[in-house]
Design a binder for this molecule. Structure first.
Ligand code: NAP
Length: 337
């Protein structure tokens, strides 16, 4: 499988580490032998070699290193030209998410599908903006379009709903889809103020220097839009959803919930006709209430199985790299001739 990697940051590093460490196992168990033929970034340009670029060399230059350290490759192709190269079979989109335009990833995804290349994306932007259009184009051209890592990273939230629960009707999805805010709420239950808990989250690398997207609920809303589109076919704009975050919560709020055997959680919830992200007080008996720290969880309410809850990592290099691997293996299995 010849792969073009768009973005060479944290997630790409996680994927490349897994591919390097599991190379023998992936080949023996699945007959899966990936080759990275091209890489594209924003500030460092692109590299391309149809016979593959050694993963060990790519790992040396993820996030910061200079592409000129890699010899015998082409440096002259722009991203759209790279996507068109006949040797590229799959593109992996790991550039930053833009929920308003989906760009430039949306153009990259369409360019790949139009050229009959499979797409794996962990970038939420293109799906938040145009889930239905991308799915339709993938179906028209008969290519794989996979995006497990966009919701709960490698914890298989989408695969559980779309594959394992196939045949059951999902009537509602409810989840803790943002680890940063759950981490902050957990620290507040341990006695910290909101400000101190946010600072700790930033020190620990859970929160960005600008935490707005997390604490105001936008990151969770993006993931909910993808879930609602995938499960219910809802064409929801984030601007159509009721979205609020955790930034108004006080230590007093947290303590009074604890005294009533309840916990505050930032809950993203959708049914076929509604979607919202908001702080809710959940009884300790609710499975989502027991989810602590930077962990994610989702509960699917179904007709045949009642509630089914999945708990696991929601971010991180290796979990998100694993999400991409699981999608690559799905493509390998589905399209092998
Ligand atoms: N990190 C996580 O745990 C996680 C989990 C789930 C989903 N995601 C999603 O995965 C994506 C990547 O996250 P990350 O943490 O790996 O980000 P990151 O470390 O900031 O890396 C982003 C990479 O994308 C490249 N890039 C930026 N603009 C580009 C453009 N216009 N064309 C081509 N490449 C471009 C950057 O190039 P330079 O090297 O030149 O800066 C960089 O290599 C994001 O969409 C994020 O929302 C991340």
């Amino acid at each position: 499988m010849n792969i073009l990697l768009i973005g060479l940051g944290n997630v790409a590093h996680g994927l490349l580490t897994i591919l390097q460490e599991k190379s023998d196992e992936l080949s023996k168990r699945y007959g899966f032998t990936p080759s990275i033929v091209g890489v594209a970034t924003r500030s460092r340009g692109t590299i391309y070699h149809p016979e593959g670029i050694p993963i060990s060399e790519l790992l040396n230059i993820t996030r910061k290193g200079d592409f000129r350290e890699i010899e015998n490759v082409r440096y002259d192709l722009d991203v759209l030209s790279l996507i068109q190269q006949p040797d590229v079979q799959v593109i992996i989109e790991t550039s930053p998410s833009n929920f308003e335009t989906g760009q430039p990833a949306l153009d990259y995804c369409y360019a790949a599908l139009n050229a009959c290349k499979h797409v794996v994306t962990v970038n939420k932007g293109p799906l938040v903006v145009d889930y239905a259009g991308l799915q339709q184009r993938a179906n028209e051209v008969g290519c794989g379009f996979y995006f497990e890592g966009t919701v709960m990273s490698g914890t298989p939230s989408l695969r559980l709903a779309l594959e394992a629960l196939r045949g059951a009707k999902i009537t509602r999805v409810r989840g803790i889809l943002n680890g940063t805010t759950n981490y902050i709420l957990t620290q507040m239950e341990n006695g910290m103020t909101y400000g101190d808990a946010l600072s700790l989250a930033q020190d620990q690398g859970y929160a960005e220097a600008d935490p707005t997207d997390d604490v105001e609920g936008w990151d969770a809303a993006g993931k909910l839009a993808i879930l609602a589109a995938a499960l219910f076919g809802t064409k929801l704009k984030i601007s159509d959803m009721k979205v609020s975050g955790i930034n108004g919560i006080t230590s007093t709020n947290v303590q009074s919930a604890q005294q009533a055997d309840e916990r505050w959680k930032l809950i993203a919830e959708a049914t076929p006709v509604s979607a919202s992200v908001r702080l809710m007080r959940l009884p300790v008996s609710d499975p989502l209430s027991g989810v602590s720290g930077a962990v994610n969880a989702v509960t699917y309410t179904t007709d045949l199985m009642g509630d089914v809850t999945l708990i696991g990592a929601g971010a991180g290099r290796v979990p998100t790299g694993f999400a991409i691997l699981s999608d690559l293996l799905a493509i390998h299995q589905r399209f092998k001739s």
